[in-house]
Ligand binder design. Structure first.
Ligand code: AMP
Ligand code: ZN
Length: 120
């Protein structure tokens, strides 16, 4: 499944042309570790389709709901769902967006597996 966005780094990751540390994939999204993590858990959830920003999601497109559901699954798999995490999207330059292929950040200050860690 190709696309015409050969200059987009996240399209390259989706296509398998650029390496990434994948944690989750389904029909609509892929998720991988951020290359410059700001916390012990920092995952990017990326639609397979090239949508530049949150502003560009077509009406009735369910991708944002799906990204949220994927975040909850990934947080559970990484063992930080109960400990907690932030889930956010930067929009355009003023919002801190650097890569113009829609993506959500899943960031937890807790270490992976914290949910199951024994009390000390
Ligand atoms: P944003 O500021 O919301 O556009 O976030 C872009 C994020 O993508 C930053 O946190 C970068 O560290 C991350 N990033 C950029 N290139 C890559 C890459 N090739 N693999 C993984 N993460 C990346
Ligand atoms: Zn793209």
């Amino acid at each position: 499944m190709g696309n015409h966005f050969s200059n987009c780094i996240f399209c390259k990751i989706v296509a398998g042309w650029h390496p990434a540390r994948m944690v989750y994939e389904d029909d609509l999204v892929v998720a991988f570790w951020d290359a410059k993590p700001v916390a012990p858990v920092h995952i990017l959830i990326v639609p397979r389709e090239h949508i530049p920003t949150l502003n560009d999601i077509p009406v009735e497109n369910v991708i944002l709901s799906h990204i949220g559901q994927a975040a909850a699954i990934i947080a559970g798999e990484l063992g930080v769902a109960q400990a907690g995490y932030r889930f956010f999207i930067n929009v355009n330059q003023g919002g801190g967006q650097v890569v113009f292929h829609l993506h959500a950040h899943l960031v937890s200050r807790s270490n992976p597996g914290t949910d199951n860690a024994p009390d000390v």
